[in-house]
Design a protein around this ligand. Structure first.
Ligand code: 4NP
Length: 155
């Protein structure tokens, strides 16, 4: 089993989007029995909440479902359980690197390290307009394909 956790700040916009997109990518590849998908936030701001309505609408327009997800905060045990803790931006990468036990340091990466569009951060869409949510989806779809290719090569 390969275990992947996507991490942003609030776990209501970017990481639930990555969670929903990658979950479908994995299912379409027939690998849901081999790859576990989760998401979390480095902050406690939105624990227990559904994804942001703007993220759910933008995702739904492309055929992804996020409504079953609820925000949670990264726990210290997550660094042991998951094989990949993939941060949406450098701010959250830094927080994860500060929190993680030294032995798990290599599990913490930027999600867009697996992308091909030459950007390394998924910008926070929370305070912006609707097109920010579509841009998140563009980046997440691209990096999800790259991540699946990478994990397949390791199976
Ligand atoms: P996310 O977006 O990290 O992609 O879930 C945000 C959600 C909430 C806040 C910031 C970013 N906030 O400040 O409440």
């Amino acid at each position: 089993m390969v275990r992947v956790m996507f991490v942003c700040l609030g776990n209501i916009c970017r990481s639930p989007t990555a969670h929903g997109v990658f979950e479908l990518v994995v299912r379409q590849a027939g690998l849901e029995h081999l790859i576990e998908v989760a998401s979390s936030g480095t902050s406690a701001y939105h624990i227990g909440e559904s994804p942001d309505a703007r993220s759910m609408t933008a995702a739904q327009d492309r055929g992804y479902r996020l409504s079953h997800l609820r925000a949670q905060q990264v726990q210290i045990e997550d660094f042991e359980h998951y094989d990949y803790l993939l941060a949406m931006d450098i701010q959250n990468l830094t927080v994860l690197q500060q929190q993680c036990p030294l032995i798990t340091h290599d599990k913490v990466k930027l999600f867009l390290d697996f992308g091909s569009v030459g950007e390394n951060e998924v910008p926070d869409p929370y305070y912006g307009g609707g097109q920010g949510f579509d841009h998140v989806l563009d980046l997440v779809e691209d990096a999800s394909r790259g991540l699946l290719t990478h994990i397949r090569s390791q199976l």
